[in-house]
Design a protein around this ligand. Sequence first.
Ligand code: ATP
Length: 160
Amino acid sequence: YPNALTDAKNATRQVFSNFKLIHPEFTFTLDDDLKGTTTIKIYRDHFEQILIILLDNAVKYSRQRQEVHVSISRNEHNVAIAVQDFGEGIAPKDLKRVFDRFYRVDKARSRDKGGNGLGLSIAQHLIESYHGEIRAESVLGSGTIFRISFPIIKSAEADD
Ligand code: ATP
């Protein structure tokens, strides 16, 4: 199921507009330095689900500076997407565990934000099933960046 990255970008924009409706107070920006068409092989629904999990978290955990920055870039082998927020951040000891099922950093504080601690483990599982990667970088009190990447499909394999 090859999807041109154009599709993915449209999906991303669609996700943005959904979020603008739900969270009209947030600013989203999208950088992308892609030229031409790049293909990654992923179900569109799965791609959207991954982005929604990351965007939803970025919104939920960034009350202080309501801004989310998304960038898309590529190198020879991979497409990389980064979702950055400037919110509460995650301490190093928690950062190691955020992809664990049911893990939530501060149960009392995050109770009012809903959630089961499943989003990131689902995102990781989906991404890895497409031979992609997800990593998190965070500074407590300053914000968090989730970086995901997927292998680029060369045009000869794109029609499999
Ligand atoms: P849900 O199952 O609805 O996604 P959740 O947000 O609690 O609930 P995860 O998405 O798996 O679950 O996230 C796990 C924990 O990691 C969260 O509870 C939160 O403490 C922390 N976390 C995730 N994303 C961020 C972020 N962008 N900034 C700060 N903390 C985050």
